[in-house]
Design a protein around this ligand. Sequence first.
Ligand SMILES: Cc1cc2nc3c(=O)[nH]c(=O)nc-3n(C[C@H](O)[C@H](O)[C@H](O)COP(=O)(O)OP(=O)(O)OC[C@H]3O[C@@H](n4cnc5c(N)ncnc54)[C@H](O)[C@@H]3O)c2cc1C
Length: 471
Amino acid sequence: MTTYDVVVIGAGPVGENVADRVVQDGLTAAIVERELVGGECSYWACMPTKALLRSGAALRAARQVPGAREAVTGEFDVAAVLHRRDSFASNWNDEGQVSWLDSVGVPLFRGHGRIAGDRVVEVTAADGTTTTLTARHAVVVATGSGALVPDIEGLRDAKPWTSRETVAAKEVPARLVVIGGGVVASEMATAFSQLGSSVTMLARDGVLHLNEPFVGEHVTASLRDKGVSVRIGAEAASVKRNDDGTVSVTLTDGEQIEADELLVAIGRTPNTQDLGLENIGLTPGAWLTVDDTMRVDGVDGWLYAAGDVNRRVLLTHQGKYQARAVGDVIVARAKGEPVDDAPWGRHAATADERAVPQVVFTDPEVAAVGLTAAKAEEAGLRIRVVDYDLAATAGSSLHAEGYQGHARMVVDEDRTVIVGFTLVGPDVAEMLHAATIAVAGEVPLDRLWHAVPAFPTVSEVWLRLLEAYGR
Ligand SMILES: Cc1cc2nc3c(=O)[nH]c(=O)nc-3n(C[C@H](O)[C@H](O)[C@H](O)COP(=O)(O)OP(=O)(O)OC[C@H]3O[C@@H](n4cnc5c(N)ncnc54)[C@H](O)[C@@H]3O)c2cc1C
């Protein structure tokens, strides 16, 4: 069979979820994948990075509690960490996810997918054979993104590590230079310093600078405590791979830094270069712009783009959220049912703009949802910012000796609802969902007084923030 109701290009987390969703509702779907079913997240991003970071975090947690601290007697076992990372990347084998596709009734076409015309996708397999798939209702592009390598003199020739090589590294370089100060750069600087690398981070724009300012301050201080050389404002001018395999990075001020490996983590580029976009009047290599139901602008209603490739939010959970909306809206349109694309409607990915949760698994962790104070002001909201020292809760002093952290809530004064919430501190990741519910649910502050945090937990910060805001 080569005609399906829906053809999905890209079997990352987002493509898999779209296909599953439409099949559950009675349509047929096929999925096209050129590498591993499961995508970046499963093999080179979310899962293996967090496996690399978790052992160091567990060790830190034990060392911060007397009694447990004394029980930590051995050395950090790098080989065991890498081994655990391999298992969380399923040893780069997608058999498990292929059988899942099989179990939900979605046929897999292995190969490179290209849009050949309206509702037509051509798949070129590794042996050069091609299959043409036709979609009755929709084609969904879920091809994700790749690492962006900037035009720095000598950089491409130096064959730097991107997130992929870093995440899958078999050995830990003695000296690692990281170009970038964002999430991937900060997490990998944390992981590799725990694994024993001497890390230099060239954070031209600062560390985690898109977050609330106190986030970068906490994470920078902690990275420096771990021995990472964090160079804020430093910019690489040129890079050279030397004959002995080492790399030399020359900064714009002329300083030279020597290292054994170089990671470039400055951003992402969409996987749309070789997707046949020119055949339907779109620009190859560009991000795909979409409406709130993920329908691609400039195409006659049959093309959707979800996940990283539409640039709305480059996070797995948010891409999967889009996938649920896309799957449901394709089914609704195919069956002639009403489309609910009003804000917070079933078919609109409204949370993409207002309630995106993100955890950065540095040490300390960062957990944030919604708008920063700066972004809220930029959006024209009349806000009040309420801050609280996370270390001042009873729960945090029990949790760890020397606990340091901070919380901020951003309140929309016209509606008295929270539009942004940020936490930085040890193990705050699991506290985030309460804030996500408050932001997405637009829970009035008056009602939040009735959401009583248990004593003695770090979550008591919610009560302290309400008290600081006042009744
Ligand atoms: C180092 C790192 C760590 C991250 N950590 C986290 C995290 O902790 N939490 C989180 O939420 N997000 C994290 N992310 C982001 C997350 O990985 C992405 O948001 C997510 O993978 C996007 O899913 P996707 O399905 O849109 O794309 P992808 O996962 O990139 O999947 C796209 C798939 O499409 C395939 N493909 C592309 N083009 C074609 C084609 N023409 N034909 C056939 N197949 C094609 C690709 O091979 C790939 O399998 C991280 C990213 C990086 C780089």
